[in-house]
Design a protein around this ligand. Structure first.
Ligand SMILES: [Zn+2]
Ligand SMILES: [Zn+2]
Length: 283
């Protein structure tokens, strides 16, 4: 745990230079932060990607934001140079830019890799790769050698085509937008797991993200969704959660209730919209 102030040099080191970080054996967190301004504050978000390495094959989960492609590629090459199994699969949780924006480049750079998951519409953007796209349904598994990667129920999703992923060996859940929250660069949160970022107010940053990105949570009973999430976590015996936009969660029992608190709080607030509101003009 982080119990002393962060040194200046750590704040000055971009997160891209501190990754890859192995968050469970053979599961590597890669990518970079994205700074966004909201209500006068600079929030950092991740558009993270994860590489899961089996004995025979590796799978890339999400591609990162298009701006991050050089960083993602460098991180992957570092891992391949260390001897992890070659990239044979790419799984993206859904068809939105921060999740799949590097898809064409990954398929071009890794000609043996197949795109797997809900592959709706990708062939319209990349007809040249249609023969490398494979559908997965919930419960389908891909054998990576010594571990497999499964498509699982997406309890809290952005699009109807979303699937979540799951690594069966280390029991890591990849929930895409499911655990989305920002963090503060100034507080040294970049590159930390949720439990290390002790000064991060998880309910607050989770509710902000839900407010901005998951509008439907305003119109749903989030108690039902949070109960379903608990059910999925228990059924799969999830030990680590690797969200695309949030910090990885390594203590599921302690941290998940804080994120759920944020989702429930955001559902009760009126939507603020994605733009700063200008005062209404006098009539
Ligand atoms: Zn997203
Ligand atoms: Zn950051």
């Amino acid at each position: 745990m982080l119990d002393k102030p962060l040194s200046k040099s750590m704040l000055d080191t971009p997160v891209a230079q501190r990754m890859p970080r192995e968050i469970a054996p053979g599961v590597f967190w890669i990518g970079d932060c994205l700074a966004q301004r909201h209500k006068g504050k600079v929030y950092h978000g991740y558009n993270a990607a994860f590489l899961v390495a089996g004995e025979d094959a590796s799978i890339l989960v999400e591609t990162g934001h298009p701006k991050d492609f050089p960083v993602i590629e460098r991180h992957m090459n570092e891992l391949f140079a260390r001897g992890i199994a070659p990239l044979k699969y790419l799984f993206v949780t859904h068809q939105e830019t921060p999740h799949c924006g590097g898809l064409g480049r990954v398929l071009k750079t890794h000609p043996d890799a197949l795109l797997v998951g809900d592959v709706s519409d990708y062939h319209l953007a990349f007809p040249q790769y249609e023969h490398r796209m494979r559908w997965m349904k919930e419960g389908d598994e891909i054998d990576l050698g010594g571990r497999s990667f499964m498509a699982v129920e997406p309890v809290i999703r952005d699009l109807r085509t979303t699937y979540w992923g799951f690594d069966t060996r280390e029991r890591v859940l990849f929930p895409g937008d499911g655990f989305a929250y920002s963090h503060y660069h100034e507080d040294g949160h970049c590159g930390l797991v949720a439990e290390e970022a002790v000064s991060l107010d998880l309910p607050d940053v989770s509710s902000t993200f839900a407010d901005l990105a998951l509008f439907w949570t305003k119109f749903a009973d989030m108690n039902a969704y949070c109960d379903r999430l608990d059910h999925l976590i228990a059924r799969l015996d999830v030990r680590v959660i690797a969200p695309t936009h949030g910090l990885p969660i390594t203590d599921v029992k302690a941290t998940v209730p804080k994120v759920q608190e944020g989702l429930k709080a955001a559902a009760l607030m009126p939507e603020t919209g994605t733009n700063e509101k200008a005062p209404a003009a006098a009539t």
